[in-house]
Design a protein around this ligand. Structure first.
Ligand SMILES: Cc1cc2nc3c(=O)[nH]c(=O)nc-3n(C[C@H](O)[C@H](O)[C@H](O)COP(=O)(O)OP(=O)(O)OC[C@H]3O[C@@H](n4cnc5c(N)ncnc54)[C@H](O)[C@@H]3O)c2cc1C
Length: 176
């Protein structure tokens, strides 16, 4: 649904022999490697959600400046201006969280709970911004051709660890 260039398929490795020198990491410790990789994947997904949310805001704002209804640009209608403010507030908050999480990861203390929370918050902010951007475009938002059509929201809430599991893990990391 949407990620057309990233196909999904079942791979079988029946009777597949791999030479010992091709071992990645330490034998028996693969799960730890996967978990560590997840931290970076989730930071990447929160960051991608931030970038995509910014795209939605920029595109919707440009349209709201250009499109006129009832004698004035859309952006001069308070309801539309507030949508832009609400998107911008969430984006600012997400950006601050993503920066904090990146700083933590770079400084060597992997902030797992915050990474999980950032991934959930990222997908929620992205979902909100994509929806509001489409709404600002009105009927044009449902037509092919605008950039907002190309954002892929739902996979962010599932791939790399679903929102539900991210919350579970965050709470466990909080010692609860
Ligand atoms: C486009 C796409 C690309 C992907 N790419 C990769 C990839 O490259 N590599 C890779 O390894 N994986 C990849 N995934 C897999 C992805 O990580 C899983 O789809 C995701 O973790 C959810 O697992 P599931 O699909 O088995 O859902 P399920 O585990 O069956 O969950 C179904 C629903 O139930 C909820 N749920 C499950 N268990 C619980 C629980 N204990 N408590 C509460 N709620 C629960 C889930 O949150 C979800 O809403 C990709 C997925 C997608 C959609």
């Amino acid at each position: 649904m949407g990620w057309w260039c990233s196909n999904t398929a079942t791979l079988y490795f029946d009777n597949c022999r791999v030479p010992a020198e091709n071992l990645l990491g330490v034998e028996g410790k693969g799960f730890l490697s996967i978990m560590n990789n997840f931290n970076y994947e989730r930071i990447g997904m929160a960051s991608a959600a931030l970038g995509s949310s910014k795209l939605c805001l920029a595109e919707a704002t440009a349209y709201a400046l250009e499109r006129r209804t009832f004698g004035k640009p859309l952006v001069k209608h308070q309801v539309i201006a507030h949508k832009i403010a609400d998107m911008s507030i969430r984006i600012d908050a997400l950006e601050a969280l993503v920066n904090q999480v990146c700083w933590g990861a770079e400084s060597g203390t992997m902030p797992v709970a915050e990474i999980c929370k950032a991934k959930v918050f990222g997908s929620k902010v992205f979902e909100y911004c994509a929806s509001e951007a489409m709404q600002i475009f009105g009927g044009a938002g449902y037509l092919r051709g605008n950039l907002v059509e190309h954002v892929r929201v739902k996979v962010n809430a599932i791939g790399g660890g679903s929102e539900e599991k991210m919350k579970d893990l965050a709470v466990r990391q909080m010692g609860l």
